[in-house]
Design a protein around this ligand. Structure first.
Ligand code: AGP
Length: 611
């Protein structure tokens, strides 16, 4: 949720930390702050964006070689200067930043208040920091030990970074549930919620695991568990370059990521799909093929856009593999006490690989003996490391809060999986299998063609930007895409939008239809086409405004709809990877027309690391 950055080494810490915060600002942008060690502890923090903090520190003494920085997504205490991180301890000697939620902070706070502590903020973080200092003073132990003792007594999720006035050059960090990456340089170390703050300095990184603590000095990195046992850091090499996290000449990351999809889908298929040879190579699936072939059911857990990808997969897997699929909201699945049998397959879908709801859901299912198969975009992320097997979507870093290229990558991976399992199970004919492989292989080119007519969507967006509400309708494979279109418009333009199975309209929502309500139909050519034409006529009968995403060659719907957008013809199983593109563009252009910061829409964050 929040973005965490740290640096210790020979460089000036301030510019490294500030640049890192800008790279992580998609994780939360309610307030920002830094703490520097130079001749004592210096803390500067402000409500709002990193740019506002930069203005605030003009003229201040920022010289330091050790610093930590935070960009906040508020959970406890509203966004303001008081609740901004870093927080300082009662003695004023310790500063701490935190990403996560301390669930038992109320009780801890009560105990500390009884001991005479006063708090300047409403945050759980300030409570944890003073709890640590209280242990340090009362147990007469070092900071590291005090942290270990404290963390054994808190519940919830955390990634914390602390600096101590009495120990310049050292940063102590710890994590449970919230991500932490440490970049290894020559005589310097970088810390971040992900690798983006350190990519321009080093490609050598250590992914810190839950219940691990790191003592970081310029030329030393010590990893320990909460039992004070040393752990050998496992250094991995990052396989990405700076361009991947730069805007590359686009106005926004969201637009860049939408236009990257022909190459990201290609990258996702490359080395896996060989249509002419008739093969799909996915080691994660191959290693678990017996489990997939004999699975009695598959449970998909995810959140948000990833959940919509799961819904498409339900249709594809049931159709091709004849395995019953249940698609679960991770947060509900976690607390619903679901029936999970040993050997059940849980597919966890996540762009960030750090979404807390999905993480705790698969931890729970794993305890009950389920096989966890992760479909993740962020390499080395927690869900990837927790899964028994999996497949990366290879979409590259996704910076825009609205998920776009990761979604089509998820659909490509799930479709390849379904085809491979169906082939292994013999639930698909060789002809259909081969036809679908070539259909999938043609998707990147078809997306390219769609993007060439982005201006047509821009014109439609201009026409409907003033709408107060909108409905998105689809049937079959396009129903989840209607849900995704509605989510994109909601999060990027703040227009209230809902997605529905088109036939469901008659059971209530059709009451919303007026002459000003835009109703977006995802109506590409498929086995439901006649039915959806009738649904369009029902809306037109009530003078609703119909925008239809249709297949090239459709000569019926253009005569009914107010606005149409053509996508290349494709098998209905592949259509979701095409029909979603104009909906991504629609939300982008409406958001732009309304002056929304489309990369950082209000109240949102890219990776939801708190439950
Ligand atoms: C989608 O645009 C949103 N950013 C959000 O719904 C997102 O899909 C959800 O938070 C799940 O994230 P994940 O894929 O990283 O787990």
């Amino acid at each position: 949720m929040c973005g965490i950055v740290g640096y210790t080494g020979p460089r000036e810490a301030y510019p490294v930390v500030i640049k890192g915060l800008k790279r992580l600002e998609y994780r939360g942008y309610d307030s920002t702050g830094i703490a520097l060690l130079n001749d004592g502890l210096k803390v500067y923090k402000k409500k709002g964006r990193v740019a506002e903090l930069e203005e605030f520190v003009v003229g201040k003494n920022l010289h330091s070689h050790t610093g930590i920085g935070h960009t906040r997504w508020a959970t406890h205490g509203e966004p303001n200067d008081r609740n901004a991180h870093p927080h300082t301890s009662k003695s004023g000697k310790l500063a701490m930043i935190h990403n996560g939620i301390i669930e038992n902070y109320v009780q801890l706070k009560k105990d500390l208040v009884n001991k005479g502590y006063h708090f300047t903020s409403d945050t759980d973080t300030e409570v944890l920091l003073n709890f640590i200092e209280d242990i340090k003073e009362n147990n007469n132990c070092g900071l590291e030990e005090a942290i270990r003792i404290a963390l054994k007594r808190v519940t919830g999720a955390y990634c914390i970074l602390l600096i101590n006035e009495d120990d310049p050059g050292t940063i102590i960090a710890a994590r449970k549930g919230s991500p932490l990456v440490i970049g290894v340089g020559k005589g310097e170390h970088f810390l971040g919620s992900d690798a983006s703050p350190m990519l321009e300095y080093t490609k050598e990184v250590v992914y810190v695991n839950d219940y691990e603590l790191a003592i970081v000095k310029p030329d030393e990195l010590i990893l320990k568990n909460l039992g004070n046992e040393k752990i050998t850091p496992f250094v991995t090499k990052l396989d990405m370059d700076l361009a991947a996290i730069e805007m590359g000449g686009y106005d926004h990351f969201m637009l860049k990521e939408i236009f990257e999809q022909p190459s990201t889908i290609h990258d996702c298929l490359r080395g896996r799909l060989d249509a002419s040879a008739g093969t799909i190579t996915m080691s994660g699936v191959e290693n678990n093929i017996e489990a997939f072939k004999t699975a009695q059911r598959i449970i998909i857990v995810a959140c948000g856009t990833s959940w919509h990808a799961g819904l498409v997969a339900e249709y594809v897997i049931e159709e091709l593999c004849r395995i019953p699929v249940e698609v679960e909201y991770a947060s509900e699945f976690r607390y619903r006490n679901p029936i999970v049998n040993k050997g059940d397959i849980i597919i966890a879908i996540s762009q960030s690989g750090e979404t807390a709801d999905t993480l705790v859901a698969i931890e729970k299912a794993k305890e009950q003996g389920a096989i966890i198969f992760g479909i993740v975009n962020a390499v080395g992320s927690s869900i990837a490391r927790l899964s028994h097997g999996g497949a990366y979507t290879h979409a590259g870093p996704e910076i825009g809060v609205a998920s776009t290229k990761a979604f089509t990558g998820q659909l490509a991976v799930l479709t390849m999986m379904a085809l491979k399992i169906a082939k292994e199970k013999g639930t698909i004919s060789n002809e259909r299998y081969s036809k679908l492989l070539f259909e999938l292989d043609a998707i990147p080119e078809k997306v390219e063609a769609i993007l060439k007519s982005a201006d047509a969507i821009k014109a439609i967006a201009e026409k409907y930007k003033g709408a107060a509400d909108a409905l998105f309708l689809g049937r079959g494979y396009n129903f989840p895409i209607a849900l995704e279109g509605a989510l994109k418009l909601k999060e990027i333009s703040y227009i209230h939008a809902e997605g529905y199975p088109a036939a469901e309209m008659k059971h209530g929502p059709i009451a919303l239809v007026t002459e000003t309500l835009p109703v977006v139909f995802v109506a590409t050519k498929d086995s439901y086409h006649e039915k959806i034409v009738s649904n369009i006529q029902e809306i037109k009968a009530r003078r609703g405004k119909v925008i239809a995403i249709i297949s090239e060659g459709d000569d019926v719907i253009p005569g009914l709809a107010d606005d149409v957008f053509f996508v290349p013809l494709a098998d209905e199983i592949m259509a979701p990877m095409l029909s979603v593109i104009p909906l991504q563009l629609l939300s982008y252009y409406v958001g732009i027309a309304k002056g929304v910061d489309v990369d950082k829409p209000r109240n949102l964050a890219k990776s939801v690391t708190v439950e």
